[in-house]
Design a protein around this ligand. Sequence first.
Ligand SMILES: Nc1ncnc2c1ncn2[C@@H]1O[C@H](COP(=O)(O)OP(=O)(O)O)[C@@H](O)[C@H]1O
Ligand SMILES: [Mg+2]
Length: 317
Amino acid sequence: MRKVYVIHENDAWVEPLRRQFAQLGTPFEEWFLDRGVLDLTQAPPEGVFYNRMSASSHTRDHRYAAEYTGAVLEWLRRHGRPLVNGPRALALEISKVAQYQALAGFGIRTPDTLAVVGRENLARAAETLGYPLILKHNRAGKGLGVKLILSRAGLEQHLASPEETAPVDGIQLVQRYIEAPEPFITRVEFVGGRFLYAVRVDTSQGFELCPADQCQVEAGAACPAVAPSEKFRILPEFRSPLLPRYEAFLAANDIGVAGIEFIVDREGRAFTYDVNTNTNYNPDAEAHDGRSGMATIARYLTDLLAATARAPALAAD
Ligand SMILES: Nc1ncnc2c1ncn2[C@@H]1O[C@H](COP(=O)(O)OP(=O)(O)O)[C@@H](O)[C@H]1O
Ligand SMILES: [Mg+2]
């Protein structure tokens, strides 16, 4: 039977999607890609494939889940399977450098950034950029390694502290700190490459902004991601010249589902700094607003399954 195949490495994040598929009666199967065997001599099953691999998968002890997914996605593409968030989406998911280079092609401003390989080069990069700056991992998610550094002394102190963590791909970013007049960022959600809604996220308590329920629960009271009421607020209306640019960027990079984050500085300039192709939605904010990201994704994939049944894609081989 043709189905929707969901590729992921985190059960908890798929739970809301399971519920939506169940409501629609959509046949689906999950491919939990951490370790396994990919037989390149075989063809994949028929169906629609949706990749939800996360940049932070290595933090859940799935060190090579993203690499494994990359191999599977290439195999699916070779066989012409309908694929939402294919290899290019994954390449952007796991590299902010790749995101910024791709965004620039669509006139989307990103914060000045230096990519640093080798810890010994961090101080030089920081002097080049100037303070205050943000340190973050190239391959991140959930605010990994994000640290505001105010001065050279602050950098030295941070590098000497146990708080400093090595980026999994060896690339550390030294980035211009964008000081927002009010402590919030905006995250713009897209499904099927089209704008769904924008959510305003309060950053007054820290940089870990995962909107998923699970992170908020598991993290415990000490975690900045624990949402006080109104931490995530879906904007009833959102108009921005960024929207058509974001949609063009997503279309050109084969990204169907994404949450794109930007921050606005004192001069009113928007800086886009994060593209999440594995996107989660805040349940409380959605309950308040009425729109649902996962319901929209489930409907989109279900429609795609029906459409591709009528007009099957030709295999490339
Ligand atoms: N250049 C920056 N200036 C100001 N705040 C930033 C900057 N970069 C990141 N942040 C803050 O840190 C959070 C996490 O950073 P982000 O780049 O989104 O990493 P991740 O991919 O781990 O989510 C952002 O949502 C924002 O609140
Ligand atoms: Mg982010």
